[in-house]
Design a protein around this ligand. Structure first.
Ligand code: FAD
Length: 402
């Protein structure tokens, strides 16, 4: 949708084809963080052993469904190989650059008429309870400062002073003053209205294949008909591996399912987004007096039935950190879930592919697709216009895994 926004703005005639009805996908029920703070990719040292330990516990925040599925094995091996300090160091700068590029765009969108997206710049707290994570927080602060981000380490008193209305069970927190957030549901509705008003066609139909001639894709075949195109953008989230395969292109990618629920009229107050580190839970105040809570990462095929019981551990972690938040387990119909498109190294895939010279891929944003959305759209448009991109795109090379 962000790509469509910039492409239309730059004078292209744009059609968005989506297999659903433009009312829900991973970009709706997420936590809305627009977060330069997340410069450490998912594939980082420690995640593998932590993940194996967590997998033995049914309520843990991270789960990989064991399977001999070829896509999972391929992704898993590449993910394990990427979970190194070298990957963290390599990814830091580009993740920060694209996040700042994107944040700048959201800041601008928030001033446009009709763009009521509840964008707020209140920072984000990463709250920790253990000495070990306190030590880790100090390292993160050093790394973030080296990247030029506005960050500070808070002890318990400093943290409690920022959120005096709510008792917090913790040792301290990182205060990422550089972060911001918005209300994703409003963002998506706003984009839909804006795109339709400006002549972009939003078509419900499942893409099933492509017609190709020499080194160009000429037509898109879908359940809603056949569409001609001179440029094609593949931005199909967790389904992008299969779509790329139709274009003779390999993208290691797996869905990472997460859950969220929202208190519409929250009796509890937290004035800025916060990650409850040991619980792997995130919360965000949104659009007035709503609070959204979310978490868990289940690497599973998209057709796997939801495991609502995982939300119980989110509820428990909230109580562990915020003892006054007496939140019951939400009813199933109030629990949302979505599939994060997880690349094998935690860095998105954005750019042209080798095989066909009129295809741009924009996917693999893992836990950052909302944060990096506007910036990605702008980069896609720059690529389509054959302009110099606003940031260096090397790290996002779509075919970097060969
Ligand atoms: C609990 C949770 C919290 C999160 N919090 C944050 C956060 O705070 N900040 C952040 O940056 N990110 C967050 N994320 C991650 C973020 O939501 C995702 O990275 C992002 O939404 C991915 O966007 P996308 O457009 O790539 O995919 P999607 O939003 O899933 O869109 C892909 C679209 O492609 C369509 N599609 C698929 N196959 C086809 C086909 N064959 N034909 C036509 N259409 C097709 C789908 O219908 C879908 O609409 C969170 C995720 C979860 C689960």
């Amino acid at each position: 949708m962000s790509s469509a926004y910039y492409l239309q703005k730059d004078g292209h005639q744009v059609t968005v084809i989506d297999k659903d009805n433009f009312a829900d996908n991973c970009s709706y029920g997420n936590l809305g963080y627009v977060c330069p703070s997340h410069f450490i990719p998912l594939a980082a040292p420690g995640i593998i052993w932590q993940g194996i330990k967590w997998m033995l516990n049914a309520n843990s925040p991270f789960y990989v469904q064991p399977s001999l599925n070829g896509a999972l094995v391929d992704w898993g091996l590449k993910f394990m190989k990427s979970a190194t300090m070298k990957n963290v160091q390599r990814a830091g700068e580009p993740l920060k650059d694209i996040a700042l590029y994107s944040q700048k765009e959201y800041r601008e969108w928030a001033t446009l008429p009709g763009f009521d997206i509840a964008f707020e710049e209140r920072g984000m707290l990463e709250i920790f309870q253990t000495e070990k994570n306190g030590h880790h927080a100090q390292q993160t602060v050093n790394q973030g400062k080296a990247l030029g981000l506005d960050i500070e380490l808070l002890d318990y008193e400093g943290l409690q002073k920022l959120e005096p209305q709510t008792k917090i069970n913790a040792l301290g927190a990182i205060n990422f003053k550089c972060d911001s957030h918005l209300y994703p549901d409003k963002l998506m509705e706003t984009l839909k209205i804006h795109l339709r008003k400006n002549g972009v066609q939003l078509i419900s139909g499942e893409v099933q294949g492509f017609e190709k001639h020499q080194n160009k894709v000429t037509k898109i075949r879908s359940t809603a008909g056949v569409f001609e195109a001179d440029e094609i953008v593949v931005a199909t989230g967790s389904w992008s591996r299969e779509i790329a395969a139709m274009l003779n292109t390999k993208i290691p990618l797996m869905p990472g399912r997460g859950y969220s629920f929202t208190l519409e009229n929250s009796p509890y107050v937290f004035t800025r987004p916060a990650v409850l580190t040991e619980g792997r839970v995130a919360l965000a105040p949104m659009d007035g007096n709503k609070i959204r809570f979310g978490g868990t990462m289940e690497v599973v095929p998209v057709k796997t039935p939801p495991r609502y019981e995982r939300v119980q551990s989110i509820v428990k972690s909230i109580k562990d950190f915020l003892p006054e938040f007496d939140i019951p387990m939400p009813a199933k119909e109030n629990i949302w879930y979505g599939y994060r498109p997880c690349s094998a190294d935690g860095v998105p895939y954005i750019g042209r592919i080798k095989k066909y010279n009129n295809v741009i891929v924009a996917t693999g944003h893992s836990m950052l697709g909302l944060s990096l959305g506007a910036g990605t759209g702008k980069l896609v448009s720059e690529l389509a216009n054959n302009q110099k991109t606003g940031i260096d795109m090397k790290a996002f090379n779509v075919e970097r895994f060969g």
